[in-house]
Write a protein that binds this ligand. Structure first.
Ligand code: HSE
Length: 424
Protein backbone atom coordinates (compact mmCIF):
# COMPACT_ATOMS: atom_id res chain seq x y z
CA UNK A 1 0.00 0.00 0.00
CA UNK A 2 1.21 3.52 -0.83
CA UNK A 3 2.60 5.27 2.27
CA UNK A 4 2.32 9.03 2.72
CA UNK A 5 4.13 10.84 5.53
CA UNK A 6 2.61 13.99 7.00
CA UNK A 7 4.22 16.69 9.14
CA UNK A 8 2.12 19.13 11.16
CA UNK A 9 3.50 22.57 12.00
CA UNK A 10 1.65 23.85 15.08
CA UNK A 11 -0.54 21.70 17.32
CA UNK A 12 -2.92 24.40 18.51
CA UNK A 13 -6.68 24.06 18.12
CA UNK A 14 -6.63 23.40 14.37
CA UNK A 15 -3.33 21.47 14.14
CA UNK A 16 -4.40 19.40 17.15
CA UNK A 17 -7.75 18.63 15.47
CA UNK A 18 -5.99 17.53 12.27
CA UNK A 19 -3.56 15.38 14.28
CA UNK A 20 -6.43 13.69 16.11
CA UNK A 21 -8.38 12.92 12.93
CA UNK A 22 -5.33 11.63 11.04
CA UNK A 23 -4.21 9.32 13.84
CA UNK A 24 -7.66 8.09 14.88
CA UNK A 25 -8.87 7.44 11.32
CA UNK A 26 -5.65 6.01 9.88
CA UNK A 27 -7.11 2.50 9.46
CA UNK A 28 -10.32 3.90 7.98
CA UNK A 29 -8.33 5.79 5.33
CA UNK A 30 -6.26 2.68 4.62
CA UNK A 31 -9.49 0.84 3.85
CA UNK A 32 -11.46 3.56 2.08
CA UNK A 33 -8.67 5.48 0.32
CA UNK A 34 -6.16 2.70 -0.23
CA UNK A 35 -3.34 4.78 1.19
CA UNK A 36 -1.53 4.68 4.52
CA UNK A 37 -1.29 8.26 5.82
CA UNK A 38 0.92 8.59 8.86
CA UNK A 39 1.90 11.65 10.91
CA UNK A 40 5.66 11.23 10.92
CA UNK A 41 6.71 14.65 12.21
CA UNK A 42 5.33 17.53 14.26
CA UNK A 43 6.75 20.94 15.09
CA UNK A 44 5.37 22.27 18.36
CA UNK A 45 7.09 24.13 21.20
CA UNK A 46 4.43 23.62 23.89
CA UNK A 47 5.13 20.30 25.71
CA UNK A 48 1.60 20.30 27.16
CA UNK A 49 0.06 20.15 23.68
CA UNK A 50 2.41 17.30 22.73
CA UNK A 51 1.55 15.42 25.91
CA UNK A 52 -2.21 15.91 25.74
CA UNK A 53 -2.38 14.62 22.16
CA UNK A 54 -0.16 11.64 22.98
CA UNK A 55 2.38 12.53 20.28
CA UNK A 56 5.30 10.05 20.14
CA UNK A 57 8.46 11.87 21.21
CA UNK A 58 10.50 10.55 18.27
CA UNK A 59 8.19 12.43 15.87
CA UNK A 60 8.71 15.83 17.53
CA UNK A 61 11.09 17.94 15.44
CA UNK A 62 13.15 20.71 16.98
CA UNK A 63 13.12 23.03 13.98
CA UNK A 64 11.58 23.41 10.54
CA UNK A 65 14.77 22.31 8.78
CA UNK A 66 14.42 18.89 10.41
CA UNK A 67 10.88 18.66 9.05
CA UNK A 68 11.53 19.71 5.46
CA UNK A 69 14.71 17.65 5.14
CA UNK A 70 12.98 14.50 6.38
CA UNK A 71 12.64 12.17 3.36
CA UNK A 72 9.63 10.45 4.99
CA UNK A 73 7.63 13.69 4.93
CA UNK A 74 5.56 14.11 1.76
CA UNK A 75 2.96 16.62 2.94
CA UNK A 76 3.45 19.53 5.35
CA UNK A 77 0.36 20.84 7.16
CA UNK A 78 0.79 24.44 8.30
CA UNK A 79 -1.39 25.49 11.26
CA UNK A 80 0.77 28.23 12.76
CA UNK A 81 -1.20 31.24 11.47
CA UNK A 82 -0.01 34.76 10.75
CA UNK A 83 2.28 35.64 7.89
CA UNK A 84 5.87 36.20 8.96
CA UNK A 85 6.96 32.87 10.45
CA UNK A 86 4.40 30.74 8.64
CA UNK A 87 5.30 32.10 5.22
CA UNK A 88 8.97 31.24 5.72
CA UNK A 89 8.10 27.72 6.83
CA UNK A 90 5.69 27.14 3.96
CA UNK A 91 8.25 28.37 1.43
CA UNK A 92 10.90 26.12 3.02
CA UNK A 93 8.56 23.15 2.61
CA UNK A 94 7.61 24.01 -0.98
CA UNK A 95 11.24 24.67 -1.95
CA UNK A 96 12.06 21.20 -0.61
CA UNK A 97 9.35 19.76 -2.90
CA UNK A 98 6.86 19.00 -0.11
CA UNK A 99 3.16 19.56 -0.78
CA UNK A 100 1.63 22.06 1.65
CA UNK A 101 -1.86 22.02 3.17
CA UNK A 102 -2.66 25.19 5.09
CA UNK A 103 -5.46 26.65 7.20
CA UNK A 104 -3.85 30.09 7.13
CA UNK A 105 -6.28 32.56 5.52
CA UNK A 106 -4.08 35.62 5.98
CA UNK A 107 -1.20 33.84 4.25
CA UNK A 108 -3.36 32.56 1.38
CA UNK A 109 -5.09 35.92 0.99
CA UNK A 110 -1.86 37.92 0.86
CA UNK A 111 0.75 35.54 -0.59
CA UNK A 112 -0.93 32.77 -2.57
CA UNK A 113 0.68 33.89 -5.85
CA UNK A 114 4.17 33.60 -4.33
CA UNK A 115 3.38 30.25 -2.75
CA UNK A 116 1.92 28.86 -5.95
CA UNK A 117 4.99 30.00 -7.91
CA UNK A 118 7.27 28.22 -5.43
CA UNK A 119 5.07 25.10 -5.52
CA UNK A 120 5.16 24.92 -9.33
CA UNK A 121 8.96 25.29 -9.36
CA UNK A 122 9.43 22.10 -7.34
CA UNK A 123 6.32 20.27 -8.54
CA UNK A 124 4.74 20.43 -5.09
CA UNK A 125 1.06 21.04 -4.33
CA UNK A 126 -0.60 23.80 -2.31
CA UNK A 127 -4.10 23.28 -0.85
CA UNK A 128 -6.11 25.60 1.40
CA UNK A 129 -9.69 24.37 1.95
CA UNK A 130 -9.29 24.91 5.71
CA UNK A 131 -8.48 28.60 5.24
CA UNK A 132 -12.13 29.50 4.70
CA UNK A 133 -15.27 28.62 6.64
CA UNK A 134 -13.90 25.73 8.73
CA UNK A 135 -15.56 22.43 7.89
CA UNK A 136 -17.78 23.85 5.11
CA UNK A 137 -16.23 22.73 1.79
CA UNK A 138 -16.61 26.07 0.06
CA UNK A 139 -13.27 26.11 -1.81
CA UNK A 140 -13.92 22.69 -3.37
CA UNK A 141 -17.46 23.84 -4.20
CA UNK A 142 -16.16 26.90 -6.04
CA UNK A 143 -13.39 24.98 -7.82
CA UNK A 144 -15.41 21.87 -8.73
CA UNK A 145 -19.09 21.95 -7.83
CA UNK A 146 -20.13 25.22 -9.47
CA UNK A 147 -17.31 25.89 -11.90
CA UNK A 148 -19.84 25.72 -14.74
CA UNK A 149 -21.42 28.92 -13.45
CA UNK A 150 -20.85 32.61 -13.61
CA UNK A 151 -21.14 33.48 -9.94
CA UNK A 152 -22.71 36.88 -9.34
CA UNK A 153 -22.90 36.84 -5.56
CA UNK A 154 -21.30 35.15 -2.59
CA UNK A 155 -22.48 36.22 0.81
CA UNK A 156 -22.82 34.83 4.26
CA UNK A 157 -21.54 34.37 7.76
CA UNK A 158 -17.90 33.31 7.56
CA UNK A 159 -16.58 33.97 11.05
CA UNK A 160 -17.61 31.67 13.89
CA UNK A 161 -16.41 33.84 16.78
CA UNK A 162 -18.47 36.90 15.86
CA UNK A 163 -21.50 34.79 15.04
CA UNK A 164 -21.21 33.16 18.44
CA UNK A 165 -20.87 36.55 20.18
CA UNK A 166 -23.83 38.11 18.34
CA UNK A 167 -26.00 35.04 18.99
CA UNK A 168 -25.23 35.11 22.70
CA UNK A 169 -25.79 38.90 22.86
CA UNK A 170 -29.22 38.19 21.33
CA UNK A 171 -29.81 35.87 24.33
CA UNK A 172 -28.94 38.75 26.67
CA UNK A 173 -25.27 37.96 27.39
CA UNK A 174 -22.67 40.74 27.49
CA UNK A 175 -20.18 41.17 24.65
CA UNK A 176 -17.21 40.39 26.94
CA UNK A 177 -18.72 37.18 28.38
CA UNK A 178 -19.71 35.97 24.91
CA UNK A 179 -16.17 36.58 23.58
CA UNK A 180 -14.75 34.70 26.54
CA UNK A 181 -16.96 31.70 25.76
CA UNK A 182 -15.98 31.79 22.07
CA UNK A 183 -12.32 31.66 23.09
CA UNK A 184 -12.94 28.68 25.36
CA UNK A 185 -14.73 26.86 22.54
CA UNK A 186 -11.64 27.25 20.34
CA UNK A 187 -13.36 29.50 17.77
CA UNK A 188 -11.35 32.69 18.28
CA UNK A 189 -7.99 33.50 16.70
CA UNK A 190 -4.92 33.81 18.95
CA UNK A 191 -5.58 37.56 18.82
CA UNK A 192 -9.40 37.78 18.84
CA UNK A 193 -9.34 41.31 17.45
CA UNK A 194 -8.74 39.55 14.11
CA UNK A 195 -12.25 38.15 14.54
CA UNK A 196 -14.15 41.01 16.14
CA UNK A 197 -12.67 43.71 13.90
CA UNK A 198 -13.54 41.71 10.78
CA UNK A 199 -9.99 40.94 9.55
CA UNK A 200 -10.54 37.17 9.56
CA UNK A 201 -13.74 37.48 7.54
CA UNK A 202 -12.11 39.99 5.18
CA UNK A 203 -9.20 37.61 4.42
CA UNK A 204 -11.70 34.85 3.70
CA UNK A 205 -13.90 37.09 1.54
CA UNK A 206 -10.85 38.18 -0.45
CA UNK A 207 -10.05 34.51 -1.15
CA UNK A 208 -13.63 33.46 -1.86
CA UNK A 209 -14.55 36.37 -4.11
CA UNK A 210 -11.28 36.05 -6.07
CA UNK A 211 -12.16 32.42 -6.71
CA UNK A 212 -15.86 33.05 -7.36
CA UNK A 213 -15.40 36.00 -9.74
CA UNK A 214 -12.13 34.86 -11.37
CA UNK A 215 -10.51 38.19 -10.66
CA UNK A 216 -8.18 39.73 -8.11
CA UNK A 217 -9.97 40.95 -5.02
CA UNK A 218 -7.06 41.92 -2.77
CA UNK A 219 -7.55 42.40 0.95
CA UNK A 220 -7.05 46.18 0.53
CA UNK A 221 -10.21 46.32 -1.62
CA UNK A 222 -12.41 44.64 0.99
CA UNK A 223 -14.39 47.16 3.05
CA UNK A 224 -14.17 46.09 6.70
CA UNK A 225 -16.08 47.03 9.81
CA UNK A 226 -16.15 44.81 12.92
CA UNK A 227 -18.60 44.22 15.72
CA UNK A 228 -16.72 45.80 18.63
CA UNK A 229 -18.90 48.94 18.43
CA UNK A 230 -22.18 47.03 18.53
CA UNK A 231 -24.32 47.68 21.58
CA UNK A 232 -26.84 45.38 23.24
CA UNK A 233 -29.37 48.16 22.76
CA UNK A 234 -29.12 47.86 18.97
CA UNK A 235 -29.37 44.07 19.07
CA UNK A 236 -32.55 44.48 21.15
CA UNK A 237 -34.11 47.21 18.98
CA UNK A 238 -33.35 45.14 15.88
CA UNK A 239 -34.99 42.12 17.46
CA UNK A 240 -38.12 44.16 18.26
CA UNK A 241 -38.31 45.14 14.59
CA UNK A 242 -37.96 41.51 13.43
CA UNK A 243 -34.24 41.45 12.60
CA UNK A 244 -31.22 39.43 13.73
CA UNK A 245 -27.75 40.97 13.71
CA UNK A 246 -24.92 39.13 11.91
CA UNK A 247 -21.41 39.92 10.76
CA UNK A 248 -21.88 39.47 7.02
CA UNK A 249 -19.36 39.06 4.25
CA UNK A 250 -20.77 40.19 0.92
CA UNK A 251 -19.14 39.80 -2.48
CA UNK A 252 -20.90 40.77 -5.71
CA UNK A 253 -19.92 40.91 -9.34
CA UNK A 254 -22.12 43.71 -10.69
CA UNK A 255 -22.38 45.84 -13.85
CA UNK A 256 -20.80 48.66 -11.86
CA UNK A 257 -17.86 46.53 -10.66
CA UNK A 258 -16.88 44.23 -7.80
CA UNK A 259 -18.30 44.75 -4.33
CA UNK A 260 -16.49 43.20 -1.38
CA UNK A 261 -17.47 44.15 2.15
CA UNK A 262 -17.52 42.80 5.68
CA UNK A 263 -19.69 44.52 8.25
CA UNK A 264 -22.43 43.90 10.79
CA UNK A 265 -25.87 43.81 9.17
CA UNK A 266 -29.41 43.15 10.26
CA UNK A 267 -31.13 40.32 8.41
CA UNK A 268 -34.88 39.72 8.51
CA UNK A 269 -35.78 36.85 10.85
CA UNK A 270 -37.36 35.05 7.88
CA UNK A 271 -34.03 35.07 5.95
CA UNK A 272 -32.16 31.72 6.03
CA UNK A 273 -29.04 33.42 7.43
CA UNK A 274 -30.97 34.62 10.50
CA UNK A 275 -31.16 31.10 11.89
CA UNK A 276 -27.46 30.34 11.39
CA UNK A 277 -26.46 30.66 15.03
CA UNK A 278 -23.54 30.16 17.42
CA UNK A 279 -20.34 28.86 15.83
CA UNK A 280 -22.17 27.90 12.64
CA UNK A 281 -21.28 29.54 9.33
CA UNK A 282 -23.17 29.69 6.06
CA UNK A 283 -22.37 30.81 2.54
CA UNK A 284 -25.00 31.66 -0.09
CA UNK A 285 -23.92 31.57 -3.72
CA UNK A 286 -25.82 32.72 -6.78
CA UNK A 287 -24.79 31.22 -10.11
CA UNK A 288 -26.31 31.89 -13.53
CA UNK A 289 -27.14 28.20 -14.04
CA UNK A 290 -27.50 26.72 -10.58
CA UNK A 291 -29.42 29.68 -9.09
CA UNK A 292 -29.22 30.08 -5.33
CA UNK A 293 -27.21 27.67 -3.21
CA UNK A 294 -26.53 27.68 0.52
CA UNK A 295 -23.86 25.72 2.36
CA UNK A 296 -23.92 25.70 6.12
CA UNK A 297 -21.94 24.01 8.88
CA UNK A 298 -19.37 24.48 11.59
CA UNK A 299 -17.09 27.33 10.58
CA UNK A 300 -14.51 27.03 13.33
CA UNK A 301 -13.14 24.68 15.94
CA UNK A 302 -10.67 21.80 16.09
CA UNK A 303 -12.49 18.96 14.34
CA UNK A 304 -14.47 20.92 11.69
CA UNK A 305 -11.36 22.78 10.52
CA UNK A 306 -9.32 19.59 10.97
CA UNK A 307 -11.87 17.90 8.68
CA UNK A 308 -11.05 20.38 5.89
CA UNK A 309 -7.30 19.91 6.41
CA UNK A 310 -7.47 16.13 6.34
CA UNK A 311 -9.67 16.16 3.22
CA UNK A 312 -6.95 18.19 1.47
CA UNK A 313 -4.29 15.78 2.76
CA UNK A 314 -6.27 12.83 1.36
CA UNK A 315 -6.76 14.62 -1.97
CA UNK A 316 -3.03 15.29 -2.25
CA UNK A 317 -2.16 11.75 -1.11
CA UNK A 318 -4.45 10.04 -3.59
CA UNK A 319 -3.94 12.10 -6.76
CA UNK A 320 -1.01 11.90 -9.11
CA UNK A 321 0.28 15.35 -9.98
CA UNK A 322 -1.01 18.51 -8.35
CA UNK A 323 -4.00 20.64 -8.93
CA UNK A 324 -3.46 24.36 -8.81
CA UNK A 325 -6.53 26.47 -8.18
CA UNK A 326 -7.87 29.20 -10.43
CA UNK A 327 -6.85 31.61 -7.69
CA UNK A 328 -5.82 34.98 -9.06
CA UNK A 329 -5.23 37.11 -6.01
CA UNK A 330 -2.19 39.33 -5.55
CA UNK A 331 -1.50 42.29 -3.29
CA UNK A 332 -2.80 44.69 -5.96
CA UNK A 333 -5.95 44.62 -8.04
CA UNK A 334 -5.79 44.77 -11.84
CA UNK A 335 -6.10 48.37 -12.95
CA UNK A 336 -9.02 47.61 -15.26
CA UNK A 337 -11.17 46.10 -12.49
CA UNK A 338 -13.56 48.55 -10.84
CA UNK A 339 -14.57 48.26 -7.19
CA UNK A 340 -17.88 49.64 -6.00
CA UNK A 341 -17.84 51.62 -2.75
CA UNK A 342 -21.22 53.33 -3.02
CA UNK A 343 -23.17 50.16 -2.21
CA UNK A 344 -26.89 49.77 -2.33
CA UNK A 345 -28.31 48.72 1.02
CA UNK A 346 -31.05 49.43 3.49
CA UNK A 347 -30.02 51.00 6.82
CA UNK A 348 -30.95 50.95 10.49
CA UNK A 349 -30.42 54.27 12.28
CA UNK A 350 -30.69 54.90 16.01
CA UNK A 351 -30.93 58.57 16.92
CA UNK A 352 -31.62 60.75 19.93
CA UNK A 353 -33.66 63.88 19.30
CA UNK A 354 -35.55 66.54 21.19
CA UNK A 355 -38.99 65.33 22.28
CA UNK A 356 -40.93 68.32 20.96
CA UNK A 357 -43.22 69.31 18.11
CA UNK A 358 -41.54 69.30 14.68
CA UNK A 359 -38.33 67.44 15.68
CA UNK A 360 -39.28 64.28 13.82
CA UNK A 361 -40.52 66.15 10.76
CA UNK A 362 -37.14 67.94 10.45
CA UNK A 363 -35.46 64.54 10.51
CA UNK A 364 -37.74 62.96 7.91
CA UNK A 365 -37.47 66.06 5.71
CA UNK A 366 -33.69 65.82 5.71
CA UNK A 367 -33.82 62.11 4.90
CA UNK A 368 -36.27 62.82 2.06
CA UNK A 369 -33.91 65.49 0.71
CA UNK A 370 -31.26 62.76 0.47
CA UNK A 371 -33.73 60.48 -1.28
CA UNK A 372 -33.94 58.17 1.73
CA UNK A 373 -37.32 56.64 2.36
CA UNK A 374 -38.38 55.03 5.65
CA UNK A 375 -39.82 51.50 5.97
CA UNK A 376 -40.21 51.29 9.74
CA UNK A 377 -39.87 53.65 12.67
CA UNK A 378 -40.22 53.38 16.45
CA UNK A 379 -39.96 56.17 18.97
CA UNK A 380 -39.46 55.90 22.73
CA UNK A 381 -39.40 58.88 25.10
CA UNK A 382 -36.19 58.81 27.16
CA UNK A 383 -37.63 60.96 29.98
CA UNK A 384 -36.67 64.66 30.36
CA UNK A 385 -37.14 66.14 26.88
CA UNK A 386 -35.41 63.69 24.54
CA UNK A 387 -36.52 60.60 22.67
CA UNK A 388 -34.84 57.67 20.96
CA UNK A 389 -35.91 57.08 17.38
CA UNK A 390 -35.02 53.89 15.57
CA UNK A 391 -35.76 53.68 11.87
CA UNK A 392 -35.12 51.34 8.97
CA UNK A 393 -34.82 52.73 5.45
CA UNK A 394 -35.72 51.34 2.05
CA UNK A 395 -32.76 50.37 -0.13
CA UNK A 396 -30.63 53.43 -0.75
CA UNK A 397 -26.97 54.29 -1.32
CA UNK A 398 -24.15 54.19 1.21
CA UNK A 399 -23.05 57.72 0.24
CA UNK A 400 -26.57 59.15 0.62
CA UNK A 401 -26.76 57.75 4.16
CA UNK A 402 -23.29 59.01 5.06
CA UNK A 403 -24.06 62.51 3.86
CA UNK A 404 -27.51 62.53 5.55
CA UNK A 405 -26.00 61.39 8.87
CA UNK A 406 -23.34 64.11 8.70
CA UNK A 407 -26.04 66.77 8.08
CA UNK A 408 -28.31 65.44 10.85
CA UNK A 409 -25.47 65.74 13.34
CA UNK A 410 -24.07 69.11 12.20
CA UNK A 411 -27.49 70.75 11.86
CA UNK A 412 -28.36 69.62 15.40
CA UNK A 413 -31.50 67.82 14.16
CA UNK A 414 -30.59 64.72 16.18
CA UNK A 415 -27.60 62.84 17.50
CA UNK A 416 -26.98 59.69 15.47
CA UNK A 417 -26.04 56.83 17.84
CA UNK A 418 -25.69 53.99 15.34
CA UNK A 419 -25.83 53.26 11.66
CA UNK A 420 -26.09 49.56 10.77
CA UNK A 421 -26.65 48.17 7.32
CA UNK A 422 -29.70 45.99 6.70
CA UNK A 423 -29.56 43.15 4.17
CA UNK A 424 -32.04 44.17 1.49
N1 HSE B 1 -11.44 32.51 14.21
C1 HSE B 1 -12.09 31.89 13.09
C2 HSE B 1 -13.59 32.02 13.28
C3 HSE B 1 -11.68 30.45 12.98
O1 HSE B 1 -14.02 32.40 14.36
O2 HSE B 1 -14.32 31.77 12.34
C4 HSE B 1 -11.99 29.85 11.65
O3 HSE B 1 -11.32 30.50 10.61
Amino acid sequence: MKKVGVAILGLGVVGGGAYKILTEQRDFYRTTQGVDIEVVSVLERDPERIRSLGVRSETVASNVFEVVSNPDVNIVVECIGGVTEAKGYVLDALNAGKTVVTSNKELVCKCSHELERAAKRTNAGIYFEASCVGGVPIIRTLLDGVQSNRISSIQGIINGTTNYILTRMGDGMSYEDALDEARKLGYAEADPSADVEGFDAAYKLSILSSLAFHTKVPFSKVFREGISGISKEDVEYGSRLGYTLKLLAIGKDTDRGIEARVHPAFVKNSHPLASVNGGLNAVCLTGNAVGDLMLSGKGAGALPTGSAIVSDVIFAATHEGNRYSAFKNTAKADSDVKFVTDYESAYYLRLTLADRAGALSKLTALLAKNNISIVDLVQRPDGADSATVVLVTHTTHEMSVKSAVARINTAGIAKVGSVIRVLS
